[in-house]
Design a binder for this molecule. Structure first.
Ligand code: MF3
Ligand code: CO
Ligand code: CO
Length: 276
């Protein structure tokens, strides 16, 4: 049976399997953390071009996070040392920033999580490096549509499985693979908390969504099969068939009447730049 726990904001929050239900203090904290996360990804949009290294992007993410009084939640997280994850082409997620150079035609995900005043704003977007193939642009567009359909399904009174069902139904129309090994997650005071938000699920299953729940939705969609493998560095996940993979992530809160997206960009840069 699913257990829920109300969080006012100042108590110690532990990962005990309960689903946290937040009050207005949590919404206020998440709005600020989410807005900063979106601003950081807007800055990344200004930097992405052929020739830049992923380490340079990571440096800027760290600098901007710290300048705004936050810390990158990924730094020191389970031994991870960087300020963001940067996943290029067939890398599904958790790509490690390095001296690798972005080149024309790449599609790349940057995933940031500033921790601001105790609240986590977790979001990622795809970026296109110069001219990108139609095939890659379509994958990026459809992945963004999958995220937004998942968010639309995240209504008070709905079930957790409704989110993954909406995502999978859309991806299936394009014969894209929905990655199962990595999920969205509850968050708030904690970076990764219950529940696990599976991106391919059965409608009407799982815990009820209630006002005050915070979670990420972050579908990883492959142009080929859904299968992934982990590289020897212990972090980088890639598609087994080397097909392209895309991902978008927002942090949201369930409200009495629907949901609030904490990580929208006021500039509109959170949407893919190309409509195919
Ligand atoms: N930001 C990722 C997520 O969406 C988590 C990255 S953890 C790291 O949940 F250690 F790989 F950075
Ligand atoms: Co996340
Ligand atoms: Co993330």
């Amino acid at each position: 049976m699913t257990q829920y726990q109300t969080i006012d904001g100042n108590e110690t929050v532990i990962r005990d399997g309960t689903i946290k239900l937040h009050t207005e203090a949590g919404f206020a904290g998440m709005r600020r953390a989410g807005a900063l996360a979106a601003e950081i990804l807007d800055e990344v949009a200004r930097m992405v071009e052929p020739g830049i290294t992923t380490a340079a992007i990571d440096d800027r993410v760290r600098e901007m996070t710290l300048d705004n009084g936050a810390v990158p939640a990924t730094m020191g997280y389970r031994g991870y040392e960087h300020s963001c994850c940067i996943s290029i082409n067939h890398v599904v997620c958790h790509g490690i920033p390095s001296e690798k150079i972005l080149k024309e035609g790449d599609i790349v995900n940057v995933d940031v999580t500033p921790l601001l005043d105790g609240w986590h704003g977790d979001t990622s977007r795809m970026y296109m490096v110069g001219d990108v193939s139609l095939k890659a642009r379509r994958l990026v567009d459809v992945t963004h549509e999958c995220l937004m359909l998942g968010i639309e399904a995240a209504q008070p009174g709905a079930r957790l499985g409704d989110i993954g069902a909406a995502i999978e139904a859309h991806a299936r129309q394009y014969r894209y693979g929905v990655v199962r090994e990595f999920c969205g997650h509850g968050l708030g005071r904690l970076f990764h908390d219950a529940p696990e938000v599976v991106h391919a699920a059965k409608a009407g299953t799982g815990p009820e969504l209630k006002p005050g729940m915070f979670m990420t939705i972050e579908p990883m969609i492959n142009a080929g099969k859904a299968w992934v493998k982990l590289l020897n560095d212990g972090w980088t996940a890639v598609t087994r068939d080397k097909s392209l993979s895309a991902q978008f992530e927002h942090s949201i809160g369930i409200t009495e009447t629907g949901n609030e997206i904490f990580t929208l960009s006021p500039t509109g840069l959170h949407k893919p730049p190309y409509a195919v």
